[in-house]
Design a protein around this ligand. Sequence first.
Ligand SMILES: [Zn+2]
Length: 273
Amino acid sequence: MSSPGPTNHAAHAAPSRRTLLAGAGGVAVGALGGIGGYAVWRGHARNLQDAPPRSEDDPRALSAQVIFRRAGGKKLIALTFDDGPDPRWTPTVRDTLNRHGARATFFQMGNALQTPEGLALASALAGDGHELAIHADTHENLATLSYAEVTRQVEVTARASQEASGKIPRLWRPPYGALSATVAKVAADRGLQLILWSHHITGADPEWMRERLLASANGGEIVLLHDGRGDPNRELMDSLGKLVGKLQRDGWEMLTVSELLARTPAANKPANR
Ligand SMILES: [Zn+2]
């Protein structure tokens, strides 16, 4: 993923594509760390085709950043939950976190936030001090969609999130961690940071994944879990309870991604790795 996007298919593009990119200041995507989160770069025919040009002094559109984790050395960890709010699992996750004084970040679905139940769940999370962030409106691979459709997905979700929390979300994790030049451009234009992950704990084998995280965590980890759609199950919820309890007993601070970013340096060579 070292040379993403536009140049791969530039040969097939209209000559004006390069002009548009130059006018937009380019899209610089830098991966900090890069251990566990995967990113899929797709050269797609519709990439950036409908992105509006920006003047060179427009402070937006300069760059977008992709973050997998932060530098180690401190007992700070960011637990993140995708695909909610979901009445089946979000209340359990919320209870577990709150019982242990843990804060987390929820990358939420626009279509789930737009139900009264979803809005109430999200508001409750925000009221507890958790962070609300953007996933997508529908759970599609955004790397295959046009600039206009990716923008729509982000805007719908951001608006619903703001309604729930009163805050404009600043973090975005596209479904599947799928990135494209278009996704990066939308992030740049909207001032969003792209947050992927360094550990993933799924419902398929949560105990093993929990042990692996506890054995290797150096601080600054961003852990992906799910509180909605197909992944969560009872086993995952049980593992989450054990994980949060163990982290708390061992003196870890579980905090939101924005808090983690504010309290740790960005570094391409994390300490202790
Ligand atoms: Zn998802």
